[in-house]
Design a protein around this ligand. Structure first.
Ligand SMILES: C[S@@+](CC[C@H](N)C(=O)[O-])C[C@H]1O[C@@H](n2cnc3c(N)ncnc32)[C@H](O)[C@@H]1O
Length: 280
């Protein structure tokens, strides 16, 4: 959900100061996450208090860093409301318990998760790599088409905090997902099985794991591969080429821009069908 911040700031900021603020902010559960420009650092508590006027907001956190490191987490500073970083976020009927600082989660990707979940078909074996607090596997498991229809879902996450929340979210949402703590590189081959669909939501580094995904996909299977790019068609062709270099013939089923990453750069998902496995 995006909400317009300016409505409540008129009384505490001048027009010029308001112009410095970002137009929108993220809301995860009842926590608002906002960006305080350096020039307004001295007024952050007042800004935080104003944001508490928004419906359902109990905590206001200011970004104190960018998503970074292997776990893609970021520092946040509570500037108003209750002193906590854990919340329950509700999306498409699923509930996700998570600490917004300890595990990556983006509410902006909700529609993209739904797009993927709606493609899953009865009887599929599905692997969600880089699963975080579990929003992809839980939503896939809860989506009507796949619900209780013999779908097997496996999800791997490296961050122990993310894994802990994923296990909890699988329980809360009463779904059946096999959660695995560890590195996709080493844990995927240990499963000793092939998948019909593999989801790779690690846009910065997915390329390092493409061989792992290809080694584990069934002929005819689909890989949802994420990256950042300023040209989604070129990006899709590059991914196809990488697969070819590894001996796999693929077909691009779709290329979707699913959120801005930076000026002119989008998060992109390529849906790739694996047409032929390399001949031994
Ligand atoms: C961009 S986040 C996506 C999380 C989740 N899929 C979501 O959409 O909310 C990427 C996740 O991959 C995890 N990760 C990074 N490298 C990994 C690896 N080698 N094996 C397993 N998980 C990894 C990070 O800890 C992080 O939770």
């Amino acid at each position: 959900m995006k909400q317009s911040l300016k409505i409540f700031l008129g009384e505490i900021l001048t027009d010029d100061e308001i112009k410095l603020m970002n137009r929108a902010f993220d809301v995860i559960g009842d926590i608002a996450i906002i960006e305080i420009p350096l020039e307004l650092e001295a007024k952050k508590k007042e800004i935080g208090k104003a944001v508490l006027n928004f419906k359902h907001i109990k905590v206001v956190a200011a970004k104190a860093g960018i998503f970074e490191g292997e776990y893609r987490t970021r520092k946040l500073e509570i500037i108003a409301g209750e002193n906590r970083k854990e919340t329950i976020h509700t999306e498409f009927g699923c509930r996700y318990l998570l600490n917004v600082e300890d595990v990556y989660f983006s509410e902006r990707l909700g529609n993209e998760r739904l797009r993927i979940a709606q493609q899953a078909k009865e009887g599929e074996k599905i692997l969600v790599m880089f699963a975080g607090a579990g929003p992809y596997p839980v939503l896939i498991a809860r989506t009507k088409k796949t619900e209780k229809k013999n779908v097997e879902i496996y999800a791997i996450e490296l961050n122990p905090a993310g894994y802990k929340y994923m296990v909890e979210n699988v329980r809360i949402n009463k779904v059946n997902v096999r959660c695995i703590l560890g590195d996709v590189k080493t844990e995927t081959p240990k499963l000793g099985m092939k998948f019909d669909r593999i989801i790779m939501p690690l846009p910065k580094d997915a390329g390092n794991f493409l061989d792992t995904a290809l080694n584990t996909i069934n002929e005819g299977g689909i890989i949802h591969y994420y990256g950042f790019s300023d040209n989604k068609e070129i990006f899709a062709e590059e991914v196809k080429k990488q697969c070819e270099n590894l001996g796999y013939e693929t077909e691009i089923l779709d290329v979707v821009a699913c959120g801005a990453y930076g000026p002119g750069v989008d998060r992109v998902c390529v849906d790739l069908k694996i047409k032929n496995l390399p001949r031994a």
